[in-house]
Design a protein around this ligand. Structure first.
Ligand code: AMP
Length: 421
């Protein structure tokens, strides 16, 4: 199958060819004809599958020639990063057609966005909060929307955007084409799809809730206090050049970034408390290879398009098992291979079980590599470490014997704490 066979017009094919794509991805070959035919679409696809072009290309075609004043296409995304990426794609693919793309999201000044909307907009990409602000300020009129895209619907739900989305739906004409994309399916997502979509074409490009086949997944058991040392060890010993590390909290992301930096690893953190400028800068430096470890919270990481990311580390296991699928979807993308490593502390055993239940298989727990803990930073009762040759804390037995005994302690404490959790 080629792009030409999908029924796209020459101006769009030209932009696609310039991007260097010769074959549509599975989501593209299914979604593009369906969208062009005016069908509603429910697509199970995560970032990395080419889903953006799957809706942007046909929608640009449906917009036809000419420029309008108010948007006819609205794409809602959960995060600023994803909004920026979708808009960038729309501009790239729309290089040789007339319709104008505008992107609006929070965290930056509203006035330039008002100005951009005033100059005319055909395709609007927006995050829900800022969109509603603009409507309230009477800077945005959604009464002309003919095509609506809800991107990463599962994330919208997790982030509590459903009330905002309900309000937004009321601002658009009832008669319109609706496309919904979600990486995972829960009952809530199915409910939302039933309300939003009319006889949708259903497209599933990876098996439901299945993690990418090529991603090698491993878990290591390690107590919380030692996670950072193990991570530093993995980065150094594996000579990792690029790793995306997930923490549960913003505070945790900041702290880990500082700790890894202190351990001599180039690091940046990306989360909701960072300004938009700082987030964009961190991502750019990471993409350019200037930053080895990008520490991210779930929300900030959604939709990040980082090509051929070799390593993803779950520093904290996600509370929502579906997030695991999302996180590890960042690696082994576009044909590259990669690995996902989860660091599982004793109290995270129940979270691991939830993930395994969702995946319908168990994760391989590998023997935790021996790693060093800088002197003076060992936690009470710890094990695992191959002590640096230099001074040992008093009272510790030495050599291989110590290592053996320590790793038994480690396993023992994991088991006992795991039972309690
Ligand atoms: P997405 O899932 O939309 O975020 O896209 C993931 C990545 O795949 C982006 O970097 C796209 O530029 C790239 N991509 C999209 N479509 C194709 C294609 N047909 N061939 C090769 N790469 C593609």
């Amino acid at each position: 199958m080629s792009f030409t066979e999908l029924g796209l017009k020459p101006e769009l094919l030209r932009a696609v060819a310039e991007k260097g794509y010769d074959t549509p991805t599975p989501i593209q070959s299914q979604a593009i004809p369906a969208v062009l035919a005016g069908r509603d679409v429910l697509a199970g696809a995560q970032t990395g599958t080419g889903k953006t072009a799957g809706f942007v290309l046909p929608l640009l075609q449906l917009l036809g020639d000419g420029r309008g004043r108010i948007p006819r296409v609205l794409v809602l995304t959960p995060t600023r990063e994803l909004a920026a990426q979708v808009a960038e794609s729309a501009r790239t693919y729309g290089k040789y057609v007339d319709p104008r793309t505008v992107v609006v999201f929070g965290g930056v000044g509203i006035h330039p966005q008002i100005g951009a909307l005033r100059s005319g907009c055909d395709l609007l990409v927006a995050t829900p909060g800022r969109l509603l602000d603009l409507v309230e300020q009477r800077a945005l009129d959604l009464s002309g929307v003919e095509h609506f895209v809800l991107d990463e619907a599962d994330r919208m739900l997790d982030m509590g955007f459903i009330p905002a989305i309900k309000r937004i739906l009321k601002l658009m004409p009832a008669k319109r084409q609706n496309l919904m994309f979600s990486a995972t399916y829960s009952e809530d997502i199915r409910g939302l799809a039933t309300r939003l979509l009319r006889q949708p074409e259903t497209i599933q490009v990876t098996p439901r809730n299945a993690t990418a086949e090529r991603v090698e997944q491993t878990a290591y058991k390690v107590i919380k206090e030692h996670k950072r040392h193990l991570l530093a060890h993995l980065i150094r010993e594996g000579d990792w050049q690029q790793v995306l590390v997930f923490t549960r909290t913003k505070h945790g992301a900041n702290r880990l970034a500082q700790q890894l930096y202190a351990a001599g690893i180039n690091t940046a953190a990306i989360h909701g408390n960072k300004s938009q400028g700082a987030r964009v800068r961190a991502l750019a430096e990471f993409k350019a290879g200037k930053v080895t470890a990008l520490i991210a919270t779930e929300v900030a990481s959604r939709g990040l398009d980082i090509k051929e990311l070799p390593w993803v580390v779950n520093y904290d296991l996600p509370n929502v098992p579906e997030d695991y699928v999302h996180r590890i979807g960042r690696t082994a993308r576009a044909g590259a291979s990669g690995g996902a490593i989860s660091l599982v502390a004793p109290d995270e055993a129940p979270l691991l079980r939830d993930i395994e239940r969702l995946l319908k298989r168990s994760l391989v727990i590998s023997a935790t590599p021996q790693f060093e803990i800088p002197v003076g930073q060992a936690a009470a009762g710890d094990g695992q470490q191959r002590r640096q040759p230099a001074p040992r804390p008093a009272g510790r037995p030495g050599g291989g014997n110590q290592r053996h005994r320590s790793s038994r302690n480690q396993r023992g404490s994991w088991r006992s704490a795991g039972r309690g959790g």
